[in-house]
Write a protein that binds this ligand. Structure first.
Ligand SMILES: Cc1cc2nc3c(=O)[nH]c(=O)nc-3n(C[C@H](O)[C@H](O)[C@H](O)COP(=O)(O)O)c2cc1C
Length: 195
């Protein structure tokens, strides 16, 4: 456990939320099919507008052709450390409602974000770290997985059991050893009425 990543919060935030952080150093330990499906099911229990569940996931375990394809789509800054991830999940937003006329769902990306957050928290309870990345070539990934224009691959999530920061090369090692920070609560509350 990289305890430097567990923040001191201003208010009594739940341990599960404090314990989630975006690791880059992953151990060789595998994540099983059952565990990956558990993590994806957790994502599916997120709330969504009209319960439309506007999400789909590409799941790839290390050692598979899909894993290598996804890894090949990542930006250079994400490739060195993700090669040790145990799995990738690509979170895909379904842009249209499935109901009559297939109208645009303006909340699809928002709701996929909720699903991703739920996924990350489930993984955290299992001792698994998820690291969300937008740094990938979207068109390349679309092409490799035959994704049409009705969907949008939003992020790739690298999953794995966290390992020692010392195993990383720079600049990733330094980032792994950096404490996490957030804006103070009073800076993000823009209006608060309490009498
Ligand atoms: C939409 C999104 C895109 C991100 N893209 C990347 C990325 O391409 N590479 C990376 O190393 N981290 C990426 N991150 C991780 C953030 O840098 C990280 O969540 C943030 O610094 C806060 O750290 P924490 O998750 O440990 O609290 C991304 C996170 C999100 C939500």
């Amino acid at each position: 456990m990289n305890s430097i990543k567990i923040p001191q919060t201003q208010f009594p935030v739940a341990d599960l939320i404090k314990n989630r952080w975006s690791a880059r150093s992953f151990s060789p330990k595998e994540i099983s099919t059952e565990q990956l499906k558990t993590i994806v099911e957790a994502a599916s229990w997120a709330p969504s507008a009209n319960n439309a569940q506007p999400w789909e996931f590409i799941v790839a375990q290390k050692g598979t052709a899909s894993f290598d394809k996804i890894h090949g789509c990542l930006m250079p800054g994400n490739q060195p450390w993700t090669k040790h991830a145990a799995a990738f999940v690509v979170s895909v937003a379904k842009k249209h409602f499935e109901k009559e006329g297939n109208p645009l769902n303006p909340f699809a990306e928002h709701d996929l974000g909720l699903a991703n957050a739920t996924l990350l928290l489930q993984a955290t309870t299992m001792g698994i770290s998820g690291h969300v990345m937008a740094g990938f070539h979207q068109d390349q990934l679309r092409q490799l997985f035959n994704l049409n224009d009705l969907v949008k691959p939003m992020v790739v999530i690298a999953l794995g059991y966290p390992d020692a920061a010392e195993k990383l090369e720079e600049p990733f090692k330094e980032r792994e050893l950096m404490p996490r920070s957030r804006k103070p609560v009073d800076e993000i509350i823009i209006d608060f009425s309490n009498n």
